[in-house]
Design a protein around this ligand. Sequence first.
Ligand SMILES: O=C(O)C1=C[C@@H](OP(=O)(O)O)[C@@H](O)[C@H](O)C1
Ligand SMILES: C=C(OP(=O)(O)O)C(=O)O
Length: 515
Amino acid sequence: MPAPHWPAPVAATPVTATVPLPGSKSVTNRALLLAALADGPGIVRQALRSRDADLMASALRSLGTTLTPTRESAAGVDWHVTPGPIRGGAHVDVGLAGTVMRFVPPMAALADGPISFDGDPHARKRPMGPILDALRALGARIDNDALPFTISGPLTGGEVVLDASGSSQFVSGLLLTAARFEKGVEIRHVGPPVPSQPHIEMTIEMLRAAGVAVDDSEPDVWRVAPGPIAARDMTVEPDLSNAAPFLAAALVTSGTVTIPGWPLTTTQAGDALRDLLTQMGAEVTRATPTPSPEPTGSSDTPTPKITRSTDTPTPETTPSTGTPDPKVTRFTDTPSPEATRSADSPSAIATGPSPSSPASPHSSAGSNTGTTAATGSGVTDLVVRGTGVITGIDADLHEVGELTPTIAALAALASTPSRIRGVGHLRGHETDRLAALATEINRLGGDAEETEDGLIIRPRPLHGGTFHSYDDHRMATAGAVIGLAVPGVEVENIATTAKTLPEFVQMWTAMLDAR
Ligand SMILES: O=C(O)C1=C[C@@H](OP(=O)(O)O)[C@@H](O)[C@H](O)C1
Ligand SMILES: C=C(OP(=O)(O)O)C(=O)O
């Protein structure tokens, strides 16, 4: 029997909350894969526990990697990862995870036997052709052009041309394993612009941090030299894209939401929220983190503790409109227990304390001191304050497409029209997000229109009703955002938020209760 729909809570008063967020899905799944391909045992600290991250961990285990959880806390799990020979004969369930379906097949092509892949019903509809063709061109044999498929090596690597306009993950997937290909790789993109460049930058940054030589000096061409991938001890940043609905709540309720542990520099797409929410009427500031109590029961409570924001530190910067943050010297790397390595380049992942000292969770301001102690003030609190008005936006979200559902939800509540452009590729995400957003906003009485590459959303009073999630975590949280202001919104399948944030409902409720 399907679970009953979730009555999205209406915010009776402005929210005032500090919301610590678990680790980034994108960083976690790259870190786990790179650790599995590395030249020795490594550690991935404060990794996300969620459906997508668990699917990645299971996939790597089935290919011969040993993953041992050591510390599980509010901030995530610390995985000790020991690479093994890549084993054939396994089956990989990708669920609906783009990072698993696009990142694991290149590694599987190095196995000593065939590996089969399948996933959720909708996963079979997500685009796979370009990366599977590329793997064929590099030497692999694959029996289909979409899920389900079976892949067999050997794969030697070399030069390949592909059209990655459908997903940046085609490029990231090839790059992540490429150093282990006998000939490395040269990827040349030909076609309309590749979306989500920050995610490709995240891939490159993490590869370089692991000592891999990546040449991205020519636009749309990426070269990776063959060589070892260094084992590391790394700490995952909080998921800034998952900050989106919580920060949106500040705008919708004229409240204040603080996210601790916001990196000063990052390749995460969610960092664009600072500018996007400012454009929509918020005041966005960074603030020096102040110590707050450690979360209670953190040894077995997966929910980071949400606190009221009265202890919010004094903002020390001007609103983030337009002015880029000063670049800061970033993290020096901590060698993994059994690997030596050189100094790090700026990384998407903050380097954690040495393996012998426990990592502090980034689930409280206290955690930031733990991270900054090792890295030199790499994070601040991000404070978003709603000003009582939500302004419509005209934005090209090509680079940060995964923020679209939250921005569309805000646009549906805005006082002026919005246009979202550059996100045609969202039709290949967890669902056709453009169709889904237009349908669900209109079902609540709104005025949303699909365009070829985005949405036009005009102000119109909304009413209650069912908001369908289409098994899409970000659709579900978009329904929650609208529900803050519109009585009677019921989100179908809120449990789908487990894809990247299993504690969403508890966190949302705690945010609204924190006063
Ligand atoms: O590499 C990644 O971790 C991701 C890349 C992006 O995919 P697309 O380029 O397919 O949009 C993004 O939307 C997705 O949520 C995560
Ligand atoms: C597009 C997304 O996920 P995936 O990694 O499955 O592509 C997303 O999280 O918005």
